[in-house]
Design a protein around this ligand. Structure first.
Ligand code: AN7
Length: 376
């Protein structure tokens, strides 16, 4: 039987609830619904650092390595575990794709029904394929993510049906563990944590996680349960939130009726946790910015080509925002440590690679022709 008190590093890793359950405020921890999510690598990216934060250190938290390919799995293990504990027979969410794939997988794991509302025509192929493969009822609506979330919220309270969007507090309980892992892996707080902002659940969760870390309530840096107590030397990190320029309601200060960006994961015009995100950015003395699709795609190509780390376009918005802030003189990178959260895997969105100038060389089926193509 799993032991929710356990976080002994020598034990095999069995997911967030097993690792951190004693610090997570959810019900049903005795019977976790898990795919062993979390425990993703924090990778130093020196070549990228030279380009965008000269004199500083840059790490990426590669959340694309979660079981369904995005950070959403962190919040889904906790939301699904609690929903099942409370007797849910079905779950529902609106999604730009990743939440849908994650909800579908964890519902399959739990043996319950999953319905997902997606904006017709604006979900990356790998996400759609995931949701379908895991057996969800995929409902493409003639509207945006925001329309979908409105409908889902109208369904809140239907008996036996649980909403697993990040309006559900159990989602943030899981997602905050990423902040603890960052602290644990770095051995301290970073100076800055940079990430994309869509519905604004993730940035809110990171802030909660960092604050709990500072208060000695996390399972990472200051883990009283496993005796691995290490006080952070740096103060709380500053948060950099990046929205796509065509979907930047928090930057503009009002909802965007028709959000537009090729980074479809963050094509969101009315973020449910917008106020909480703005508070987190203000409290951390952070920075909120809008980045163009061109800046996003440049960062997206760079992190893959310079470092071998493939993320989806939206995930690169944090890197793009950091680059912009440094270029504009808003952040002095010298001597600073930066963490950019790469929220989803690049393979979620194969079309974006093919449409951003990648080229396949052609050659006749003989050695000389191939060599000529290599040397070209
Ligand atoms: C790769 O899947 O909203 O600010 O429905 O998929 O917490 O919303 C996805 C969001 C960043 C933004 N990066 O996070 C959904 C959905 C990726 C994402 C975000 C999303 P939030």
């Amino acid at each position: 039987m799993m032991n929710p008190q356990s976080c002994t590093p020598s034990e095999p890793y069995r997911g967030l609830i097993h690792r951190y359950g004693f610090r997570l405020d959810i019900e049903g921890k005795e019977s976790p619904i898990t795919l062993h999510e979390g425990n993703t690598p924090l990778i130093e990216t020196p070549r990228l650092a030279d380009r965008i934060v000269p004199g500083g250190r840059l790490f990426v938290k590669y959340e694309g390595l979660n079981p369904t390919g995005s950070f959403k799995d962190r919040g889904m293990t906790t939301a699904m575990t609690q929903a099942v504990h409370e007797g849910a027979k079905a779950v529902i969410c609106a999604s730009t794709g990743n939440t849908a794939a994650s909800a579908a997988a964890y519902a399959a794991r739990a043996g319950i029904t999953c319905a997902v509302l997606i904006p017709n025509g604006n979900v990356a192929l790998g996400k759609l394929a995931g949701a379908l493969a895991y057996g969800a009822k995929v409902i493409a609506i003639d509207g945006s993510f925001d329309d979908g979330l409105r409908i889902v919220r109208e369904l809140e309270g239907v008996s036996g049906l649980a909403v697993v969007n990040s309006v559900n507090p159990a989602r943030l309980q899981g997602q905050k563990t990423a902040a603890w892992e960052v602290c644990d892996q770095l051995g301290d707080f970073p100076d800055w944590l940079c990430l994309p902002v869509g519905n604004a659940g993730n940035i809110s969760a990171y802030w909660m996680g960092f604050q709990e870390c500072q208060a000695g309530k996390c399972g990472g840096l200051d883990c009283q349960a496993c005796g691995r107590v290490r006080a952070p030397e740096r103060g709380l990190p500053r948060l950099l939130g990046a929205q796509a320029a065509g979907a930047a309601p928090l930057v503009l200060g009002h909802p965007v009726a028709k959000p537009e960006t090729k980074a479809t994961a963050i094509r969101i015009g009315n973020p449910a946790r917008g106020d909480q995100a703005l508070r987190a950015i203000a409290e951390s003395n952070g920075h909120l910015c809008a980045v163009t699709d061109e800046e996003i795609f440049q960062a997206y190509g760079k992190v893959a080509k310079a470092e071998g780390v493939f993320c989806e376009p939206s995930s690169a918005a944090g890197i793009a925002g950091l680059r912009q802030a440094v270029k504009e003189g808003k952040i002095d990178p010298k001597g600073k440590t930066f963490v950019c959260v790469l929220t989803g895997h690049g393979m979620k969105d194969p079309d974006s690679v093919l449409s951003s100038g990648a080229q396949i060389h052609k050659a006749a089926a003989d050695m000389a022709s191939v060599l000529k193509e290599i040397e070209r």
